[in-house]
Design a protein around this ligand. Structure first.
Ligand code: PMP
Ligand code: GLN
Length: 385
C-alpha cells in the first residue's frame, strides 16, 4: 500500500461529524450551513436531472458554466478570464487542489505553504513526490512574515499554496501580503495554487482580492473556487479552476484522469446561480455575519475568549485564554462525548501544532443551534476549567 495514504488518519472533519452523529451532539465542527441553498438553484438542478441530458458533459465542463464562471469573476472581482482557455470545472475544490498539485509538481520539488493550513494540501503534494516548506502565520493578525517567507524558498521551490480567506484562522490575506508572496513567486519562477473557496464569505465591508490580481501573477496562478461555499450547498462538489491557458492545458490533463467530469445537472444549476445579482451574495454575507456576531457575543458572555473572524464560516475560541487548561484535541473529544457539542481542534491544521489551544466553531447555523451550542460549550467550560 502507498505509505502516504496508509498512514493517514480519517480527516478531522469526518471524525468529528461522525462523533456528533453518534452522540446526537450539536455539530459546530465541520463547516456546513444548517440550511440548504437557494430553492431556485435547487429547482434548476432537479429539472435538469429530469429533463437531462444526463450523459457525460465535456471534460473541461459545461460551456454555460465555464462562461458563467468568467462572467461572475469579471462582475464580482474584476478578474478577466477567457472561458474557453482559462476555466475548468472540477468535482469540488478538493479535486481542483489535487489536480493542480499533480499537474505542476514533480518528485523532488518543494512547495511553500502557510500554517495553519487546510488538511488536503499536505498529503496530496507528498503523493505528487514533493516536500513541504512551512511558513507559520501567527495570531492575532495572521500576517506573512517576510523573513520567514524568504527562508522557505529554495532553488527547488516550484509551487506556493495559499488560502484566502484562510480556514481555520478566518483571516484574509491582504494586498500587501499577497504582493510579498507574489514577488517571491516571480523571483523563483513558481506557480501559486490559490485556494479562494471562501471568497464570498468576507465580512465587515471587506472585499476579496484574488492572487490572480497580485503583481506578476496573472500567468502563474491557479485560482480555485467552490460552488458549495458560494451557494451554501457543500455537498454539491462543483469547483472551478481558473488559470492562464498554458496552466489550464496541463491542469485539464490531471483533471481528466481524476474525475474526467462532474454531474451536468449540478453544473447547469450552478451556471444559473452564478448569474445572481451582487445583492444575493451580499445577503448571504449579512446572514453569516449575523450568526458570527450572535455566537461571538454569547461566547464572550460565558467567559470565552473568541478570536476575530473576518471571513469563512468559522471563529476560533482560545481555550487557555478562556481558563481551560487542556489541549484543543482533548477538549474537542470531551465536549462532543460528554457535553453534546462538536468543534474542530486547530491543531489539526498544523504539522507541529503550536502551544496555543484553540477550537474552531462554525457559525453558519440557526440562532437556536448557535444558542444551544454555546450553552453546551459553557457547560463544558464549567466541567473542564
Ligand atoms: N479548501 C478549503 C480551504 C476548504 O475549507 C474546503 C472545504 N470547506 C475546500 C477546499 C474543499 O472544497 P470543496 O467542498 O468544494 O471540495
Ligand atoms: N472544509 C470543511 C471544513 O473546513 C470540511 C470539508 C470536509 O469535510 N472535507 O470544515
Amino acid at each position: 500500500m502507498n505509505p502516504i495514504y496508509a498512514s493517514l488518519p480519517d480527516t478531522v472533519f469526518d471524525v468529528m461529524s461522525r462523533l456528533a452523529r453518534e452522540t446526537g451532539a450539536i455539530n459546530l465542527g465541520q463547516g456546513f450551513p444548517e440550511w440548504d441553498g437557494p430553492l431556485d438553484i435547487r429547482e434548476r438542478a432537479a429539472r435538469a436531472v429530469v429533463e437531462g441530458p444526463n450523459q457525460y458533459p465535456p471534460m473541461r465542463g459545461v460551456p454555460a458554466l465555464r462562461e458563467a464562471v468568467a462572467e461572475h469573476y469579471q462582475r464580482m472581482q474584476s478578474v478577466e478570464l477567457d472561458w474557453k482557455s482559462e476555466v475548468t470545472i472540477t468535482s469540488g475544490a478538493t479535486e481542483a487542489l489535487a489536480a493542480a498539485l499533480l499537474a505542476i509538481l514533480q518528485p523532488g520539488d518543494e512547495v511553500v505553504l502557510f500554517e495553519p493550513m487546510y488538511d488536503s494540501y499536505l498529503p496530496m503534494l507528498r503523493r505528487a513526490g514533493a516536500t513541504a516548506r512551512l511558513v507559520r502565520l501567527e495570531p492575532p493578525e495572521w500576517r506573512v512574515d517576510p523573513a520567514r517567507l524568504a527562508a522557505a524558498f529554495t532553488a527547488k521551490t516550484r509551487v506556493v499554496v495559499l488560502n484566502t480567506p484562510l480556514n481555520p484562522s478566518a483571516s484574509l490575506i491582504g494586498r500587501e501580503d499577497l504582493a510579498l508572496i507574489a514577488a517571491k513567486c516571480v523571483e523563483h519562477d513558481c506557480v501559486a495554487i490559490s485556494d479562494e473557496v471562501w471568497e464570498h464569505c468576507v465580512f465587515d465591508g471587506a472585499s476579496h482580492v484574488s492572487m490572480l490580481q497580485a503583481p506578476g501573477m496573472r500567468e502563474r496562478t491557479i485560482k480555485i473556487g467552490s460552488a458549495g461555499k458560494m451557494f451554501s450547498m457543500t455537498g454539491w462538489k462543483v469547483g472551478f479552476a481558473c488559470a492562464a491557458p498554458k496552466l489550464t492545458e496541463v491542469f485539464a490533463k490531471a483533471h481528466q484522469f481524476l474525475t474526467f467530469t462532474t454531474a451536468p445537472n449540478l453544473q447547469s444549476a450552478v451556471a444559473y446561480g452564478l448569474g445572481k445579482p451582487v445583492g444575493h451574495f451580499e445577503e448571504m454575507r449579512v446572514q453569516l455575519a449575523r450568526g458570527r456576531d450572535r455566537m461571538q457575543l454569547a461566547l464572550q458572555q460565558e467567559g470565552f475568549r473568541v478570536l476575530p473572524a473576518a471571513g469563512t464560516y468559522f471563529a476560533g475560541v482560545d481555550l487557555h485564554a478562556s481558563g481551560i487548561g487542556m489541549t484543543d484535541k482533548d477538549f474537542a473529544i470531551r465536549a462532543v462525548k460528554d457535553c453534546g457539542v462538536a468543534t474542530i481542534p486547530f491543531s489539526a491544521f498544523y504539522v507541529n501544532p503550536p502551544e496555543t489551544s484553540v477550537v474552531r466553531l462554525c457559525f453558519a447555523k440557526s440562532d437556536a443551534t448557535l444558542d444551544q451550542g454555546v450553552e453546551r460549550l459553557a457547560k463544558a467550560r464549567r466541567l473542564m476549567a
